[in-house]
Design a protein around this ligand. Structure first.
Ligand code: FDA
Length: 305
């Protein structure tokens, strides 16, 4: 049943029509639990509140299915506005963004131009930028873009997904860039030809790449809500005397907020991924796909209305 639901929500997440409609009607169906608001002002307020509790942030201006240059440029402009707000308001926040929203499906030159504009603004405001990882069809290209930009900028990292077979090789290959990587399980629907279909294999591979990347001496963000992975990381760093400033935990806004605070109180760095903007639909559907309990939460909210 869980797999059916997961596939159903991942299928819905790719619907362009619903994405467009959702943009017009504001945050609905409980999406406000996972999205900080539609404007940078609301997102800044959410960041401030998290910062006040000792949580760091990475902010993401939501945008899916960008298929023309004007829209991609506008997405980049909005990311620059977010960076400037972080700098101006002295928020403890990084920036995350997706290559498709910068024009990946349109042209390489467009993406590189937008990314350089963003990274220059980020450098000026001392903001670190992480390239999120999307579905498998964009993975290779995203890694190539990261490599090129990493040669020019220090303030850039990317994401590696444990569910892909290629991941171990990517971790090895990227090691020469001493990259700051966010490691995740992976959120998209992929075929068994490219990704582990079984959750237990994904979890094992996740542990394997966390160990590889940390022991390679690189900065590692372990992005998960899974206590088993968190405990594994804690033991690993203790066993290998890995300093607290070589890694951090990350979780999504609205998911396990009490656990986020517990980890801060235990002395770990915890960063919350805070999405904002009116293009919330696809992000929201992927969160519903991850956890049936989230669907129950949403249904309760809808019933109450
Ligand atoms: P999983 O979903 O397997 O959950 C494992 C366990 O965690 C559950 O069994 C439960 O015990 C606990 N748990 C989970 N949610 C809970 C809840 N709400 N309440 C209580 N317990 C809960 N993906 C991607 O493909 N590209 C990307 O760029 C990113 N970026 C990203 C950033 C950050 C900061 C995070 C946290 C995640 C991503 N992801 C991502 C998403 C990631 O790939 C993955 O889909 C989700 O994090 C869900 O996987 P988990 O590791 O949390 O464990």
């Amino acid at each position: 049943m869980e797999t059916v639901m997961r596939n159903f929500f991942l299928f819905l997440s790719k619907n362009r029509g619903l994405t467009k409609v959702a943009k017009r009607y504001g945050l609905k169906f409980g999406a406000a639990r996972f999205v900080a608001g539609e404007t940078i002002e609301l997102a800044s307020e959410a960041i401030r509140q998290l910062n006040n509790k000792g949580l760091d942030v990475t902010i993401d201006y939501l945008g899916e299915f960008v298929d023309n240059a004007a829209e991609a440029n506008e997405m980049a402009d909005n990311s620059i506005k977010a960076i400037e707000a972080i700098g101006r308001e002295r928020l403890q926040s990084q920036l995350s963004l997706k290559m498709t929203s910068m024009g990946l499906d349109i042209s390489d030159a467009l993406v590189m131009n937008n990314m350089r504009r963003i990274l220059e603004a980020a450098k000026k405001n001392d903001v670190f930028v992480t390239i999120d990882m999307e579905d498998y069809s964009r993975c290779g290209k995203t890694i190539e873009i990261f490599k090129k930009l990493r040669e020019e900028y220090d303030n850039i990292g990317t994401v590696i997904q444990a569910y892909l077979y290629r991941t171990e090789e990517d971790i090895e290959d990227l090691n020469k860039y001493s990259p700051n990587l966010r490691l995740v399980k992976g959120a998209y629907k992929e075929s068994p030809q490219v990704a582990f279909p079984e959750k237990k294999d994904v979890d094992e591979n996740f542990k394997k790449i966390i160990k590889m990347h940390l022991l390679n001496g690189n900065y590692t963000a372990v992005a998960t809500h899974d206590d088993a992975i968190i405990e594994y990381t804690k033991q690993l760093v203790e066993e290998h005397n890995i300093p607290l400033d070589q890694f951090e935990f990350q979780m999504l806004f609205g998911i396990r907020p009490e656990r986020q605070l517990e980890l801060v109180n235990e002395g770990y760095k915890m960063r919350v991924y805070v999405p904002y903007g009116n293009d919330w639909y696809g992000y929201f559907m992927r969160r519903l796909a991850e956890r049936p309990a989230n669907v129950a939460f949403v249904l309760k909210g809808v019933m109450k209305k």
